[in-house]
Design a protein around this ligand. Structure first.
Ligand code: PMP
Length: 363
């Protein structure tokens, strides 16, 4: 089979060496004569895996010791509910930045439990280009319990390159599902960082939540046990049976990231990869980006063709060329190339070569 590059937004491609290692160990993990999927999560070997993965993630993101690292179920959306359930009471209020689809879904879920205020939003400039809100300090009500934002909107391709603060000093909560581990961050700027795994961490089924310890211990009485940060922490993320295979693969991804030079090295690569694609789009009359330069995602690059009637031909020919899953989300239309950590630069170069050739034959 010729080389395939998978641009899916999630579940997304995993690093090839990680999959090769998983394949090699599939039938006999740690000399146990069984796969990792078939052993008890309470056994010594799995507990070692769990400890090492936490240790590696702490190292990668330089997570201070006053933060808990929790491996949870329920993906990103589970955390949409976990956050208000764990850190607010009925009748409380929290503030939200709205930059797109995933911001809105987080707001909708939170509305089941609290009052929500949208305090800043993405906007279009005179050229019609989209920006994330620029306020470093976002004005919120004095009694607002937290400020939630989505640092990278997977569908719109809008990314923050800073962490906003709340004017009342409330904790900032970030849905990093599609950007975690793509660049260095200062964890201490956040109260809670969470991410569904299936983009930059591993397979779906797992969520990682990094929670400042003063926010643990206030869950509402009716919070489901598997969403409760305190219980999850007390049981070392094994209150019930964790998604062991996803966790195992996440551990392999963390090892791979450390071998690559960590998130600083990934940031350089990701910026270079995104640059190749945006530079080509910007000089072309045929393709365009609807996102302003200051808000462009390094992870998800939506782009439009000059004529939407060509979308089907573009996708069919891209597929033939081994370039998979480029169809944009229906809300944005056009195309979207998701180029997470696992996407090598050659994949982006192959995409740009294809785009050039398509432009040449269509123009
Ligand atoms: N937040 C963001 C930014 C996402 O991109 C997604 C999934 N695409 C989610 C949340 C939801 O994640 P999950 O499907 O794991 O619940």
């Amino acid at each position: 089979m010729s080389k395939v590059y998978n641009f899916c937004a999630g579940p997304a491609m995993l690093p090839a060496p990680v999959l090769a290692k998983a394949q090699q160990e599939l039938l006999d993990w740690q000399g146990l004569g069984t796969s990792v999927m078939e052993v008890s999560h309470r056994g010594k070997h799995f507990i070692e895996l769990a400890d090492k993965s936490e240790h590696d993630l702490r190292k990668l993101l330089n997570i201070p010791s006053n933060y808990k690292v929790l491996f949870m179920h329920g993906g990103g959306r589970g955390q949409f509910a976990a956050v208000p359930l764990n850190i607010t009471k009925a009748g409380d209020k929290a503030s939200f930045v709205d930059t797109g689809v995933w911001s809105k879904k987080a707001i909708e879920e939170a509305q089941r439990f609290i009052d929500t205020d949208v305090v800043a939003s993405s906007y279009q400039d005179e050229q019609g280009l989209w920006h994330v809100p620029q306020q470093q300090v976002v004005e919120v009500a004095d009694d607002s319990k937290y400020l939630h934002f989505c640092p990278n909107e997977t569908i719109e391709g809008l990314e923050f390159n800073f962490c906003p603060q709340a004017s009342n000093g409330a904790p900032v909560i970030a849905d990093m599902s599609s950007t975690i581990l793509s660049r260095p961050i200062n964890v201490a700027d956040y109260g809670i960082i969470y991410a569904g795994a299936q983009k930059n961490i591993g397979p779906s089924g797992l969520a990682v939540s990094i929670v400042r310890d003063d926010l643990v211990g206030y869950a509402r009485q009716q919070t489901p046990a598997i969403l409760n940060y305190q219980l999850t922490d007390e049981f070392d993320s094994m209150y019930n049976t964790p998604p062991t295979y996803s966790w195992y693969l996440a551990g392999l991804v963390f090892e791979w990231l450390l071998e690559q030079g960590g998130v600083a090295a990934m940031a350089q690569r990701n910026q270079a990869k995104a640059g190749i694609l945006y530079d080509y789009i910007d000089q072309s009359e045929f393709y365009r980006s609807q996102v302003a330069a200051d808000s462009r995602s390094w992870m998800n690059v939506p782009f439009q063709l000059a004529n939407d009637d060509l979308n089907a031909a573009f996708l069919a020919q891209a597929e033939q060329a081994g370039l998979r899953a480029l169809k944009g989300h229906r809300i944005v239309g056009g195309m979207r190339a998701s180029i997470y950590n696992a996407m090598p630069e050659q994949g982006v170069v192959a995409l740009v070569d294809f785009m050039k050739e398509f432009e040449r034959t269509q123009a």
